[in-house]
Design a protein around this ligand. Structure first.
Ligand SMILES: [Zn+2]
Length: 417
């Protein structure tokens, strides 16, 4: 059960304050800030023994481990309960047991629905007049959908260069979407909306980065609970594409909850995947903070951030995991095609980077033969078919002539009838 208290993930100071959105003031420096994290009472917890008879299928199935007052009815879009599927062909290729947790089955087709389901209920619980996000993609659309369901105003501060399809995706749920020039410009306005108007924050708005709303982040824990329920035994390794790293930490904390409850002995090794690599860089240099790294154009928009937050570092260190950098588009887009063409699942490039990371770690024998590995496929490729098309042959245009068909199939697809 949630105690109403939070603790600093770095120094452990406990606070009784449900509006700590800027991290722990005790250990903050000019280049480091740690998020706080809700605390629970794990005694007399019979949640997991009663799950089989629990008819609730959404993430509120695990309400005892979410930081909310026990409502009769939570605002929900039936998020969670996403399938964990075995990738048979890729498992054979790699000599491992490879699984995917398919988060594209969520209501707005991404894992962000877990965060926003908790977030919007918390915003309502504390009586916030609206909710505000600084985002360019999946999180904004998800936040807007949940705000719509809750009947709560939603403001999204995005950037000019955000894709037109994502701007529409966020607007269609009724959110007020406003674009600014830089990521940092958004945080200036968001800070004012939060501190002057009391709007509930759905994302980070401070620099150095603290990460997303600590209460909303708890929604990610349900990924770990579902894996525990869905798999015969826990995987050896769990591969997660990250931006700031809130999802990675949430999964770590979910497994840690299961450990606190005496249900598991060991947390799977968590593996982060990045395209710019702030976390990879910090861990390689054994730093205790995460400096900014150079950014570049990338096919994987959902993970394109050059800064990271401390909780991701904590999750990797405490699970004795690994940070992987995939520093070019080619292995990611090859992985997207391989997952779709071998396993029938079309995931977004950030998700596909998991397979590129698994291949890299298999080559280094860090993932060993026969090990069991879960990849978190965060969202669907349908959100950006333009990037995918760049790596596919142009669709040939032909006359109804068998000779032309035969030649086209051979030229474009290497296929003989
Ligand atoms: Zn602290």
């Amino acid at each position: 059960m949630y105690t109403g208290k939070v603790e600093c993930l770095k120094c452990g100071t406990v606070f009784e304050n449900e509006k700590m959105f800027e991290g722990c003031p005790q250990c903050k420096t000019d280049k480091f800030v740690s998020n706080v994290s809700p605390m629970y009472d794990y005694s007399n917890q019979d949640l997991f023994t009663n799950l089989k008879s629990n008819p609730e299928k959404s993430i509120f199935r695990y309400k005892e481990l979410l930081p909310l007052k026990d409502e009769k009815k939570f605002i929900s879009l039936s998020e969670g309960n996403t399938p964990t599927v075995k990738f048979d062909t890729l498992s054979r290729e790699l000599g491992i047991n490879l699984f995917a947790k398919d988060e594209s089955r969520n209501p707005t087709w991404s894992q962000k629905d877990r965060l926003n389901a908790v977030l919007i209920n918390k915003a309502k619980e504390i009586g916030a007049p609206g909710t505000v996000f600084a985002t360019t993609g999946n999180n904004g659309a998800s936040g807007a959908a949940y705000a719509a369901k809750a009947g709560m105003p939603c403001l999204i501060l995005t950037v000019k260069k955000a894709s037109a399809s994502f701007k529409a995706f966020m607007q269609v749920y009724g959110a007020a979407v406003v674009a600014l020039e830089t990521y940092e410009d958004r945080w200036v306005l968001m800070e004012k909306c939060v501190n002057e108007f009391g709007w509930y924050p759905g994302t980070n708005f401070v620099d150095p980065l603290v990460g997303s709303n600590a209460w909303g982040n708890e929604g990610y824990k349900t990924i770990a609970y579902e894996i525990f329920e869905q798999m015969e035994s826990l995987p050896d390794k769990f591969v997660v594409p990250i931006s700031i790293g809130d999802g990675l930490f949430g999964i770590y904390k979910g497994f840690d909850d299961l450990k606190q409850l005496g249900l598991i002995e060991k947390i799977p090794q968590l593996i982060s995947v990045e395209n710019f690599g702030p976390l990879y860089n910090a861990l390689s240099k054994n730093l205790d903070y995460i400096p900014e790294v150079p950014a570049r154009e990338s096919c994987a928009a959902s993970m394109s951030i050059a800064k990271g937050a401390f909780q991701a570092m904590k999750a990797i260190k405490e699970s004795k995991g690994e940070a992987v950098l995939i520093d070019s588009d080619e292995p990611i887009m090859k992985a997207q095609k391989d997952i779709a063409a071998n396993e029938g699942l079309y995931c977004e490039p950030a998700s596909a980077s998991c397979l590129a990371a698994v291949r890299q770690l298999r080559d280094k024998n860090i993932i060993k033969e026969g090990e069991s590995v879960v990849m978190l496929l965060t969202s669907t490729g349908v959100k950006d078919t333009v990037s995918t098309a760049k790596y596919l042959p142009e669709v040939p245009y032909i006359n109804p002539d068998l000779g032309e068909l035969t030649r086209s199939l051979k030229n474009s697809y290497g296929l003989s009838l």
